[in-house]
Design a protein around this ligand. Structure first.
Ligand SMILES: Cc1cc2nc3c(=O)[nH]c(=O)nc-3n(C[C@H](O)[C@H](O)[C@H](O)COP(=O)(O)O)c2cc1C
Length: 170
């Protein structure tokens, strides 16, 4: 087994991103309604359970994301935790496509664009938002859930679904 070690001052970006790529993540699509009434959404790995009382999740959004502004000002947003059947959906929402919703089944749930056929759906009321560096931190209180058993879509060492492909644990 080989190991590398770096100290923090002037740490190269690649060193940091390589370290973080070894953190196993679930993946979710976060959606909301834009000011013009159209849906928007992006793929995130920065989703976690924030608190149980009240039931809340935390998401971190890059200022460069087109969804950042709508999410910063929204009353509600949706979190869709993906399963292995949604790898294509993951790639679509990680893209800068013009209409990411064109090829997925979705519907309005109040003001939230809800993707159909995902294993876990959380409807959230935005309760806190703040900027730090080049990202915005968004906390939402969960007001509705739908949960279905499915194999999770797992991101590890820059690969989707690494475990099922058996190529991630070098
Ligand atoms: C595996 C993976 C995880 C990602 N996680 C995040 C994230 O947590 N936050 C974020 O802002 N962008 C994340 N992104 C990047 C966005 O999905 C990507 O920039 C997207 O094009 C933004 O779309 P938009 O500009 O339409 O909002 C991730 C991308 C990938 C492939």
């Amino acid at each position: 087994m080989t190991a590398t070690e770096d100290v923090a001052t002037g740490l190269p970006v690649a060193t940091f991103t390589d370290a973080m790529s070894r953190l196993v993540s679930g993946l979710a699509v976060v959606t909301t309604r834009q000011a013009d009434g159209r849906p928007c959404g992006l793929l995130v790995s920065s989703i976690c359970s924030y608190s149980v009382d009240p039931p809340s999740v935390l998401v971190v959004v890059d200022h460069a994301s087109r969804c950042c502004e709508p999410l910063t000002h929204c009353a509600e947003f949706g979190v869709h935790v993906l399963g292995t059947a949604q790898e294509r959906t993951a790639r679509t929402f990680a893209s800068r496509g013009a209409d990411k919703f064109a090829d997925v089944a979705w519907e309005w749930d109040g003001s939230v664009p809800r993707l159909c056929a995902v294993p876990i759906y959380l409807r959230c009321t935005a309760t806190a938002v703040f900027d730090h560096g080049d990202h915005t931190v968004l906390i939402g209180e969960v007001t509705r859930t739908r949960v279905e058993d499915a194999e999770p879509l797992v991101f590890y060492r820059r690969l989707f679904d690494w475990r099922l492909r058996g190529n991630g644990a070098a």
